[in-house]
Design a protein around this ligand. Structure first.
Ligand code: HEM
Length: 138
């Protein structure tokens, strides 16, 4: 799906509704960590309170990066490097699981969730995932 100003607006307002629910990110990580033993292993030593804040911030930034915002693109590049082979070494398969889990959590959290909202999240987060995967090996 192509990312348009309309899909950005649909994403932004859904993210805002989700972030009004203090359980949103906690619910996502709970689901994600129990979804696969390797995910659990990767987060073994993580301070989850910090992690939740970082993820909140990075969702907005990915949206800005889809508009070629320079600061957001630099930040996305740093997140990508952190997840690459030489650092956290996050394999490709886990990104699809990450996205499926996120969409499931949005569905449960956003009272106005519908097909359009789903597609907007999917397209914008996939932009971030695609970028992160191009940085896996370098
Ligand atoms: C587009 C998808 C993703 C985004 C936007 C994202 C975002 C982030 C951010 C912002 C951080 C903090 C970086 C820092 O401390 O400098 C982080 C750390 C981390 N992420 Fe991701 N992440 C994504 C996918 C994944 C996936 C698929 C996994 C698989 C297990 C994962 C595992 C981790 C781990 C283990 C850390 C480090 C936690 C620590 O410092 O202990 N991430 N992520």
């Amino acid at each position: 799906m192509q990312i348009t100003d309309t899909s950005r607006e649909i994403f932004r307002s859904s993210l805002e509704r989700c972030q009004q629910d203090s359980k949103f990110i906690g619910l996502f990580y709970h689901k994600f960590v129990i979804s696969n033993p390797l995910v659990r292993e990767k987060f073994k030593h993580t301070n989850m309170d910090n992690q939740k804040m970082m993820l909140h911030a990075s969702m907005n930034l990915i949206m800005l990066a889809t508009q070629q915002n320079e600061t957001a693109s630099i930040y996305l590049d740093q997140i990508a490097k952190r997840h690459s082979k030489l650092d956290l070494d996050i394999p490709k398969e886990l990104y699809q699981l990450w996205l499926t889990t996120l969409l499931e959590t949005v569905k449960e959290t956003d009272p106005d969730y519908n097909e359009e909202v789903k597609q907007a999240w999917q397209a914008i987060m996939q932009f971030g995932i695609d970028y992160m995967q191009t940085r896996y090996a370098n």
